[in-house]
Design a binder for this molecule. Structure first.
Ligand code: 6LW
Length: 520
């Protein structure tokens, strides 16, 4: 079976392409480093991560970045023996692409595309070899819509004027974005997302006899949305899709959506889902028969190709990220042990969730929360200065953490809930009240301690050496209250000027069975 979510956890804005018998997929990563993970599959069911498109600081500068800044929606395509990944670094570089002969890398240095405004870039090659770029109009432009323009990949610039190709299906459509062009039966189809990335999200489509338009909307739009299913439907905010055609001619769509945890709370952010598409007629029919994204579908008729399981607990696994671009001395891995360094006390200042250091990581190394019910534990060596521990991080303001620090009374162990709601990622964070609650404190005569955070839905528990010491509701950890575009990470943190801490034996386990996928 094909199970949803296809990529559980914070894997938004999926883009997919096929090269022969192999499928490749990328997703957006905002301020996490390395950026834009690349996944590979041969059957659409099993996926392995090959690496990242943006793995060097020169490809992904993240200076003084909001956590929801950085890298927005990527597109992956393959043309003439080369992979192209085109995306936007919204806080500096703008629209750029990187190329690779092998999707596992190495990927090139960024090619910044001159004259390409807005976000959500995509490439389409016509049969005559010309390449067209599509993207959204800039937020500052008067007319929201998606644009198309021929692009010169020798000079990395647009050829001629951008054409406002389509403004979306709805009258005064919100946030027309995520355009991709496909050619089928002589028509150029322009598929976009509209309605915004929250509960009005939708996928709509138009077509033209020229890649530059004019595009005419499908009268049956949208082709996919859950906007009419209400805020209790367990898969919500479906949109931002990309299509792939299999060798047998059948089609599939990958799209982003969120699983709800205990109400309209999307702690894990936007995840990657998949649905079959019947495109035997003139317009694509997504998830035929039900019209909504299901928890499972029959697998495509392809030979099964599983991959060996990944040890997610190994700090060197590809799933681990720093928050921000790490400086050379930010962290080191020695065998199974991690040493993490912080340039400053980053859990206090009001400037967060903007990354508090220029082109640097404040002192966080984590992996995505991928399950509604999970448990994570790590052994922390008490740092000489500063504080270190385990954290379930939505952003710098909104997190649960269990940490240790040296005090005059001895080694203090604390469970902390930090909340600052009111969409601080978009607006001036100072305008919103922040609550930092110390839920539990004790003093231990130890130099190292095993700290844990576990969740069963929104009921979160803090553990010390395997014993539960405190609990907290976690429903403030979703972007619908915390703001921004990202999903929760769980990992190791250290905070304090020059503070350094060692971590070992990280364990992440989960209890999500098939039943919990449906939020039962
Ligand atoms: C992305 C836009 C969107 O660029 O959210 O859901 C933005 N869609 O297309 C950030 O992921």
């Amino acid at each position: 079976m094909l199970h949803n979510p296809l990529l559980p956890g914070f894997y938004p804005d999926p883009s997919i392409c096929r090269v022969g018998d192999d499928f490749y997929m990328v997703t957006s990563t905002f301020s996490y480093f390395p950026g834009v993970p690349v996944f590979h599959s041969r059957d659409l069911v099993h996926w392995e991560q090959l690496g990242h498109c943006l793995s060097r600081p020169s490809q992904l500068p993240l200076d003084w970045q909001y956590m929801s800044g950085g890298v927005y929606a990527p597109t992956i395509r393959h043309h003439d023996g080369l992979f192209y990944m085109v995306t936007t670094n919204v806080s500096g570089m703008g629209n750029f692409y990187v190329t690779a002969k092998n999707a596992a890398g190495p990927w090139s240095e960024p090619h910044v595309i001159k004259g390409a405004v807005g976000i959500d870039p995509s490439f389409f090659w016509d049969d005559d070899g010309r390449c067209y770029m599509s993207g959204t109009t800039d937020w500052a432009e008067q007319c929201p819509g998606v644009w198309v323009c021929e692009i010169d990949l020798e000079q990395d610039c647009l050829k001629g004027e951008r054409v406002l190709a389509w403004k979306g299906a709805a009258v005064n459509a919100w946030s027309p974005e995520a355009p991709h062009i496909y050619k089928k039966d002589g028509w150029y189809y322009l598929m976009i997302a509209e309605g915004g990335t929250e509960d009005y999200h939708a996928v709509t489509i138009a077509r033209s006899c020229s890649p530059l338009g004019p595009y005419e909307g499908y009268p049956g739009n949208p082709i996919l949305t859950h906007r009419h299913l209400g805020l209790n439907y367990p898969i919500c905010n479906v949109g931002h899709g990309d299509l792939v055609q299999l060798a047998d001619g059948s089609w599939y769509m990958v799209a982003l959506a969120s699983r709800l945890i205990g109400g309209y709370h999307k702690n894990m952010g936007r995840e990657t889902f998949i649905a079959p598409v019947d495109w035997s007629g003139e317009w694509p029919v997504v998830s035929p028969g039900t019209g909504r994204v299901e928890w499972a579908y029959p697998a495509p008729a392809l030979p099964q190709h599983p991959f060996p399981p990944v040890d997610h607990d190994d700090f060197s696994a590809l799933y681990w990220n720093t928050l921000g671009t790490p400086a050379a001395d930010t962290f080191s891995l020695d065998g199974g042990a991690l040493t993490l360094r912080s340039p400053l006390e980053w859990l206090v200042p009001d400037e967060l969730p903007r990354l508090p250091v220029p082109n640097g990581c404040p002192g966080f190394y984590g992996r995505r929360q991928q399950h509604m019910s999970f448990s994570a534990e790590v052994t922390v060596t008490v740092p000489e200065t500063g504080e270190a521990g385990i954290m379930l991080l939505q952003n710098g303001f909104n997190h649960l953490r269990m940490g240790v620090k040296r005090t005059a009374q001895g080694v203090a162990v604390q469970a902390v809930r930090s909340e600052k709601c009111g969409r601080p990622d978009y607006l001036n964070p100072r305008e919103y009240p922040r609550h930092v609650d110390v839920l539990w404190t004790d003093f231990l005569p130890a130099d190292s301690v095993r700290l844990g955070i576990a969740a069963c839905g929104q009921a979160h528990r803090f553990t010390v050496n395997g014993q539960t010491v405190a609990g907290a509701d976690g429903s403030f950890l979703g972007s619908e209250t915390a703001g921004g575009f990202i999903g929760a990470y769980v990992g190791c943190y250290v905070s304090g000027q020059g503070a350094e801490a060692a971590f070992r034996d990280f364990r992440y386990s989960h209890d999500d069975g098939a039943a919990q996928r449906t939020d039962e």
